[in-house]
Ligand binder design. Sequence first.
Ligand code: G6P
Length: 369
Amino acid sequence: EQIEKGGYDHFMLKEIYEQPSAISDTYRGRMLPDQGLIRMAGVDDNIERIAHARRILIVACGTSWHAGLVAEYIFEDLARIPVEVEYASEFRYRNPIISENDVVIAISQSGETADTMAAIKLAKEKGAFVFGVCNVVGSSISRETHAGAYTHAGPEIGVASTKAFTTQITVLTLMALKLAKHKGTISNSDFRFHLQELERIPEKVKEALNSDEHIRGIADIYKNATNCLYLGRGFNFPVALEGALKLKEISYIHAEGYPAAEMKHGPIALIDEQMPVVVIATKRGHYEKVVSNIQEIKSRKGKIIAVVTDGDTEVRELADHVIEVPETMESLTPLLTTIPLQLLSYHIAVMLGKNVDQPRNLAKSVTVE
Ligand code: G6P
């Protein structure tokens, strides 16, 4: 097992550090920025059906559901196809309205999650076209779907999902771009710019990983917190949910993710000097509005840990701690802002002596209902 961990203390840490190569493995061979092309067999073969879907329904569980939420923003923004994201467990039991004009995208790292599998079967019965995004090659879900795309993240052993999440977002971004190009909802220059920027993401993830020691210091300060709030907006709202999930899963600290602007409808009542609030406040993406949310937290004495764009000065003046990530286009920021949140949870869990790779009560893949 030590050999498999490749010198890292835990699989989770190894998998966090594998993300630059996992992301490039996911897009390699699929995108050709110089030619302005994306090749994805599962999409190419069914392009008319997918591009002209009445709507796309995404079904998933856990972290994969969060990747689905990020995809909702990306698909609607780029390809202008209406998207709904559903917990597979809810979808399967609520007599959903699905027709032959719908496309269902099932996202699953393991490809074995029972609820997601049941949602697929239901969607197929109702005539929808079902596309799978799985990591495990040959898994049940990849076999049950009409077409699909693998994430190529390599084996993920840590129960808390890390590289599966960022590679799912990568695949779904490629898919959205491809559909956008086909539909003409993106200009050729914008399309190329997206591909070029995606190609720079692995390097930028590496830069984000350089904050590891700094994040460990922050973890040491907040490791005894009993609650933690995560806030983000737009593309980074699902990242806030995912950050909170990571902390819950492995450190057993209660954490909640919220859209930053919804804070005033409830969570703000919880804020006092005991409450760490992790805020994703990267440039672009409603930056000024998030800054005003930060001011509201500060005036209630909450402790602010902000994830910001390199070189930010405005948030630095307000926050107790800032963690920088490189600049990129807004839709790709989740691939970077997720990294420090993974590391923060990891270090807190290690400091608390928790079993990081196999947290209590959780399973890597939930194959029963
Ligand atoms: C379990 C795992 C999570 C995972 C979820 C969905 O809860 O602990 O890490 O996100 O299942 O799994 P899937 O394999 O379908 O992505």
